[in-house]
Design a protein around this ligand. Structure first.
Ligand SMILES: [Zn+2]
Length: 110
């Protein structure tokens, strides 16, 4: 099973890097992002943004609604951050024809 540290490296870190890069590229202040998020009904202070995208120290976890709003505001496509599925050790993603893998639920009908 993947460890949390793997998830942080493979999922969160690239997204947070993209957020920081987009903010810098657009010359935005964190307050601008916080203001834009208010339009989505999300109350977050600029310090909250700062703590959420910090590279060091304890980080404030972003809620899903915040992730979606930030992605929309900054024009970041979330599809790029979805990792490929981890290969099932039982069926390797390819159960026998006509069977469903009991381990991962992958079905192969034809
Ligand atoms: Zn499987």
């Amino acid at each position: 099973m993947p460890q949390y540290s793997d998830l942080l490296d493979n999922l969160e870190r690239p997204f947070l890097d993209a957020v920081r890069n987009a903010i810098a590229r657009r010359g935005l202040r964190q307050q601008d992002v916080a203001n834009s998020m208010a339009a989505y009904g999300l109350v977050i202070h600029d310090t909250g943004i700062s703590k959420s995208i910090a590279t060091k120290g304890p980080r404030r976890a972003l809620r899903l609604a915040e992730v979606l709003a930030i992605a929309s505001i900054l024009g970041i496509g979330l599809d790029d951050f979805i990792p490929p599925p981890i290969e099932c050790p039982t069926c390797s993603g390819r159960p026998p024809q006509g069977f469903t893998c009991n381990q991962c639920g992958t079905a192969r009908h034809t």
